[in-house]
Design a protein. Sequence first.
Length: 368
Amino acid sequence: MIVPYFDLKQQFASLREEIREALDRVCRNASFILGEEVSEFAKEFAAYSEVKHCVALNSGTSALHLALLALGVKPGDEVITTPNTFIATAEAICYAGGKPVFVDIDPRTANLDPTLIEPAITERTKAILPVHLYGRPADMDPILDLAQQHGLAVIEDACQAHGARYRGRRVGSIGHAAAFSFYPSKNLSAYGEGGALTTNDAGIAELARALRSHGQSGPYIHARIGYNYRMEGFQGAVLRVKLKRLEEWNARRKEIAALYRRALQGANLEIPSDDPRDERVYHLFVVYVERRDAVRAALEARGVHTAIHYPRPLHLQPAFTALGYGRGNFPYAERACERVLCMPFFPEMTDEQVCYAAEQLAEVVGRA
Ligand SMILES: Cc1ncc(COP(=O)(O)O)c(C=O)c1O
């Protein structure tokens, strides 16, 4: 059996007519940039995320950048974040002129360890940027407490966590602002690039709306230098079709994860546990194994395709050499990157594919 790591083609087959109609609407209205499909999507995604405002953008990276700018991050400011994430999280801090300050993860969750944040706060610290990695909510309450004590902004990187809840609250509605990505591999995804900033603060939303469109405050009136970060009409139309299916897809992802967990019981690997007070979503299904690269090669030979998110923590990326970190600075993040293995995972997988992939993994790593 061949088990692909990911497959979007089956999803398109099930949506084809609706998607074609939605794209046709955009063409008939010639509303290729922003327009009604995008504004309706923004309203619908705000309602889904239980947040007052959603600003539709052209990527999750743009959403992070605008959130940092709207919250006042300026050149020289420090922003505390995790080294165990996609590079965009820390890149956006640099776009705003800020400096990423990394703090290690909690090895039980792979997310920022809140107990390590306070010692990293200096007089230059402006914000904390937790990531809800793989769809598992970061531990927000202690982060919000610290932020309040020290007068800091909190920006959620919710790019991998559409629909997750932390202690009953939707991610993306908890900090001062949040960023979502609709990159094609995400749980809610566009047919190209896409992203959104969510917030309950009308001022942040207004500023982000102006910044996404060249700083426009009125027709051809530019109050400030902005960007071209607008969402395209086609993406808004596709996202409206797909948002209606998100709960169903997230539920199927949860079922697949439960199948994996059951089939992998007793295998020589680690699967992080989830806080029962939260409703995580599954963006990826991740396990931690010793001799990861050999395990991966053995699975490949058995027809099971896997991926690594992420092979190298950000503090060891060449792009961040100037920050002055080195190996050993964040041992839990380093260890996670050495051992992480992402199994095949998408809602259209059959139970047989999941069981086959799990069985192959259990055979390769052995059972205790
Ligand atoms: C955690 C995280 N942050 C930020 C991003 C950036 O999003 P985008 O690719 O839409 O710019 C992504 C997705 O790729 C991500 O997974």
